[in-house]
Ligand binder design. Structure first.
Ligand code: MN
Length: 605
């Protein structure tokens, strides 16, 4: 071996130390030189020994530190070999397993697992022995004292030959985590229970709203019905009587409007009437609004200007509700306007995918104080003592509806100039409009309007051209409503009224007398009007008789359901006498046409 620099250095250090220790002169003779060499080597050896001792000490310190880390690590360390036998385990691991380390060594880990997790363990163990990436599983261990512990195992395959495999496994206590999960699950169950209770309460609320609507409408039907009969005569009311009757009728319809709006608001608030969102043409919708609002505008002498949209514009909204909002804003703009004033409707597409619809009036305008009170129920901003009719709920309902559609509502106003009420709703990315249900209903509505005129003339005492007596069956459990019907029909010559107080009685009378038209209440003792209708339809004797529903169930959903069930018409209480007469005439007309068709068929056969 050639001299290396460290040994040169060691030699130099040893020489220096010898010189220091002995004060001896430099060697001159061979024996002295030899002695000197020996002394230097001896010192060299001592120094090397010292170096080794230091290294060993450092090594021991490091090993102690490593052992501490291993033994007291926050997770358990296990080595599994020969099946699932524990060949090494740290102190934490032994503590977690709740047994003495010596007892654990060379025993099977599998025996510590609760029986119900044994399948889970076997799958994990099989994967861990064959796959090279880390395998994880969560298990419950059963201690000797009977306590349980939830643990997570992370395992890595260390050695694998044909004879055996060795796994390094860490063991983490996840009992606290599992406990939290359990609590969360329980809380979730509690939340679900609470939600179901809230749903039930909402359902009860909505039922209550429906029945309240029914209960309020029934007496109103009597009030308004008899007042209308008094107004029409005979005998004709004297002028002072006429003005008093007018007040009753006006107050009655106002009350009805109020009931409707409060119920509508309550239904919206209860969340029982979800929006039916669809892509619809704003152009069409504005045309609808225009024709609906025009009569009110004409009556008030207000000019309403609608914009001419150059391009088709589609919005994403609930058709009926959007119309309701726009009619509310338009109606307000007409009501709170000046004589000979105007209403301007403006439409602008926004950059953020919304459309802005503004309704501008030429009314008195609103002060900042009044603006703050807008959109509050029953707050008519001092108008409650004025001459304009209104309930003060319309804007509240509109605001809720716009928000439910994901839009916004607002107002800008200048005192003495007027106000602009506006809404913003989402534009639709679909370029197509779904066929409107309203459009389908429109022709029927037009027919009714035309018939109203004719019926009104008949009501004024003009003799009806028909002379053949006609039979009408009315199924109604409320005596006041039955009496109203009797008196309404007395004004028509040649109508014979059959009366039934419940559905079964009504069906029996219908089979016996085969009336031309049946009028059917919905809420009846025993079977409902809808059930009675089904029985009449199923019987070939009575299947052809037109049945008109007359009900105090007046929510839009009730009307829809009634028409779906197969009623020819659905008249809501309180009855508008002329409207009812028109529907009755329509039914008579239908019967007459059917007879003509049948007799011509008979002629051919
Ligand atoms: Mn009833």
């Amino acid at each position: 071996m050639s001299d290396s620099p460290p040994s040169d250095l060691l030699r130099a250090k040893a020489e220096a130390r010898l010189a220091q220790e002995s004060d001896a002169p430099s060697p001159s003779r061979p024996a002295e030189e030899l002695l000197h060499e020996l002394q230097v080597h001896q010192i060299e050896l001592e120094m090397q020994n010292e170096e080794l001792r230091r290294a060993q000490l450092a090594l021991e310190t490091a090993r102690d530190r490593y052992v501490d880390l291993y033994e007291f690590a926050p997770v358990g360390y296990l080595t599994l070999s020969h099946g699932s036998r524990i060949s090494a385990i740290n102190l934490t691991g032994a503590t977690m397993l709740g047994e003495d380390r010596k007892k654990l060594l060379h025993r099977s880990f599998a025996r510590l697992i609760v029986p119900e997790h044994y399948d889970l363990w076997q799958k994990f163990f099989a994967d861990a022995q064959t796959k090279t990436d880390k395998q994880t599983c969560e298990l419950t261990l059963l201690h000797q004292d009977g306590t349980r512990m939830d643990v997570r195992l992370d395992s890595l395959l260390i050695a694998s030959d044909e004879a055996d495999t060795e796994l390094r496994v860490t063991l983490s206590d996840i009992s606290a985590q599992k406990h939290l999960e359990h609590i969360l699950q329980e809380n979730n169950a509690d939340l679900l229970k609470a939600k179901s209770l809230a749903d039930k309460a909402n359902l009860a609320k909505s039922d209550f709203i429906s029945s309240m609507s029914h209960e309020l409408r029934s007496p109103l039907n009597a009030i308004l019905g008899f007042a209308q009969l008094l107004e029409a005569g005979p005998p004709s009311p004297t002028p002072p009587q006429k003005s008093r009757i007018d007040q009753i009728i006006k107050a009655g319809w106002y009350l009805l409007g109020l009931i409707n709006q409060i119920l509508d608001l309550a239904m919206i608030e209860s969340g029982r009437q979800p929006m039916t969102m669809e892509s619809l043409s704003l152009n069409e919708l504005l045309l609808d609004c225009q024709s609906m609002i025009q009569p009110q505008a004409d009556k008030a002498g207000i000019r309403v200007n609608f914009p001419q949209l150059d391009e088709p514009c589609f919005v994403y909204a609930d058709r009926t509700r959007l119309k309701q909002i726009l009619i509310n804003l338009l109606s307000n703009a007409i009501k709170y306007n000046r004589t000979g004033g105007t209403v301007d409707v403006a439409v602008h597409s926004n950059i953020d995918g919304r459309v802005h619809i503004g309704v501008q009036d030429t009314g008195k305008g609103l002060t900042p104080d009044m603006l703050k009170q807008l959109f509050q129920p029953f707050n008519r901003l001092g108008q409650q003592t004025g001459s304009v009719e209104g309930t003060g709920i319309g804007l509240v309902v509109s605001k809720r509806l716009v928000e439910l559609m994901g839009g916004r509502i607002g107002v800008e106003s200048v005192v003495g100039i007027g106000s602009v009420f506006w809404i913003e709703i989402h534009l639709s990315d679909l370029g197509r409009s779904v066929t409107s249900g309203d459009a389908l209903l429109k022709p029927v509505h037009v027919v009714v309007e035309a018939a109203i005129q004719a019926a009104f003339q008949a009501l004024q005492g003009q003799i009806h051209s028909e002379v053949v007596p006609r039979t009408v069956l009315y199924v109604e459990d409320n005596p006041a409503n039955m009496m109203l019907m009797e008196q309404m029909l007395e004004r028509r010559s040649g109508i014979k009224l059959l009366k039934a107080g419940n559905g079964t009685g009504g069906i029996a009378l219908a089979r016996m007398h085969l009336p031309e038209v049946i009028l059917m209440d919905i809420n009846l003792p025993g079977i409902s009007g809808i059930q009675a209708l089904h029985i009449l339809r199923a019987d070939p004797l009575t299947a052809h008789i037109p049945v008109i529903a007359i009900s105090a169930n007046a929510m839009p959903r009730d009307v829809e359901r009634g028409l779906e069930a197969g009623f020819m018409g659905y008249i809501t209480k309180p009855i508008k006498v002329v409207e009812f007469m028109a529907a009755l005439d329509q039914a008579f007309e239908y019967v007459r046409h059917r007879r003509t068709d049948n007799s011509s068929e008979d002629g051919r056969s």
